[in-house]
Design a protein around this ligand. Structure first.
Ligand code: IFM
Length: 451
């Protein structure tokens, strides 16, 4: 019998998804247009011209999907709420049919004893608010607070775990600075302002929710974090890695947990930082109950005078890479979790971790995704070691429950532990889903050699 890495008895085992990536039903139940509806319909933005119009059709199949979760032995499910279903214009008229969809979903989850974790924003901003400047407009932070309060009023009796934002770094950088995500802007100044307003909206939402009822409420924010390793011991590479850490990690961690922006980051921003309002920091740093961590890979950094801020990237040729071309590096998760404990100290959930591979559906309807199993096992072992060494890690959500719309990559990347046949919307459990079910029921994966 394999030895197991046993987790604490109350450890939360789950899987995660996001509204635009799985729901479809893009005009159903009075839903308004989101920036991703608009962006995905803009020629040239998404691989193969894919859109989330239908996606996994979860909007219509949610009951079957909850039954699938139950078959997988999941104890928890992290999903996101589509703001344009609740306020089709972003503010003003509340759409009852929109919230009823999530009430039905949550009721089903609870019937199956699956603990809901709801994310308020996973990137599908109402297009009407983009027309007012989107996250670069500070008013949108206040509209987000109102939206958060309305959703919490409607669902707070049955959902106790809330995440304000998913990966605000991605919203700001990919959406406003590089433009590969909706709304597709390439304006670094707006990127910095958007990041600040996202942080402000987070703090305002937490305060508003606590005002409504703090009883039983666990609220946090999810950040995409990635430790930066210098490519060599040279002072220049070490300094470049430190800058990469400021840009990737401390940009959001420090305002939320320390109430200040990192000095070295402000230096890097220079006059691009005009959207940063120091007076907002007390709201941004309102205490939260946990930090959600999305971890996929590390970064190896060298000094490169030709790269922005001198931050150059290095590829480790001996490593394995996923279909996203992301290095498989479980030890980076251990490094990250223990560093979060040392420097910030919050309770933690891994709110996303997983891998895309070129999965093949066999004629007898199987997907033998051994590499995904190895990826998950390696990362769970890293979690186990981090807990042993003091990290307050309370749960783990695999990304993702289902194959889904992978943003600019459309449907070309499969992250699910359940395979989706987009022709007929069949769900087929991959070997990794069976492995995960066993891991959950044993409360931990097979133990690996300790690093
Ligand atoms: O699919 C995304 C998800 O929406 C946010 N975190 C990373 C995942 C994989 O790219």
């Amino acid at each position: 019998m394999a030895q197991r890495a046993t987790f604490p008895s109350n450890f939360v085992w789950g899987a995660a998804t996001a509204s635009y990536q799985i729901e479809g039903g893009h005009t159903d139940g009075g839903k308004g247009q989101s920036i991703w509806d608009k962006f995905s319909h803009t020629p040239g933005k998404i691989a193969n011209g894919d859109t989330g119009d239908v996606a996994c059709d979860h909007y219509h199949r949610y009951a079957d999907d909850v039954a699938l979760m139950s078959r997988m032995g999941l104890r928890s499910y992290r999903f996101s709420i589509a703001w344009p279903r609740i306020f089709p214009e972003g503010k003003g008229k509340f759409n009852r049919a929109g919230i009823e969809f999530y009430q039905r979903l949550v009721d089903r989850l609870l019937e199956h004893r699956i603990l809901p974790f709801a994310t308020l924003y996973h990137w599908d901003l109402p297009q009407a608010l983009q027309e007012k400047g989107g996250w670069a407009n500070r008013d949108v932070a206040h509209y987000f607070r109102d939206y958060a309060a309305a959703v919490y009023e409607a669902l707070g009796d049955r959902v106790h775990h809330w995440i304000t934002h998913n990966e605000p770094w991605v919203t700001a950088v990919l959406g406003y600075t590089t433009g590969v995500h909706a709304p597709g802007l390439a304006d670094p100044r707006q990127g910095v302002a958007a990041a600040h307003n996202l942080l402000l909206s987070h703090g305002e939402a937490v305060l508003a929710m606590r005002d409504i009822s703090a009883k039983g409420l666990h609220v946090g924010i999810t950040l995409n974090l990635s430790p930066a390793y210098p490519a060599s011991d040279s002072d220049q590479d070490v300094a470049a890695a430190r800058k990469a850490d400021a840009y990737q990690n401390r940009w959001f961690l420090d305002p939320v947990f320390k109430g200040r922006y990192p000095e070295d980051l402000l230096e890097m921003f220079g006059d691009l930082g005009t959207g940063i309002v120091a007076d907002d920091l007390p709201v941004i740093s309102v205490p939260i109950d946990f930090l959600g961590v999305n971890y996929y890979s590390r970064q190896i950094v060298r000094h490169d005078p030709a790269a922005p801020n001198g931050i150059g990237r290095v590829r480790e040729p001996s490593s394995e890479y996923t279909a996203m071309d992301w290095e498989v590096y479980p030890d980076g998760l251990y490094t990250l979790l223990t560093r979060l404990e040392r420097d910030y100290g919050p309770e933690l959930y891994i709110t996303e971790n997983g891998a895309a591979y070129e999965d093949i559906l066999t004629p007898d309807n199987k997907v033998h995704d051994d590499r995904r199993i190895a990826y998950l096992r390696g990362h769970l072992n890293a979690c186990h070691r981090a807990i042993r060494d003091g990290a307050k890690l309370r749960g783990y959500f695999v990304w993702s429950l289902l194959d889904n719309f992978e943003w600019a990559f459309g449907y070309t990347r499969r992250f699910g532990v359940a395979y989706v046949d987009y022709q007929d919307q069949r769900r087929i459990l991959k070997d990794s889903a069976r492995w995960y079910r066993e891991t959950i029921s044993e409360n931990g994966p097979e133990l690996e050699e300790q690093a």
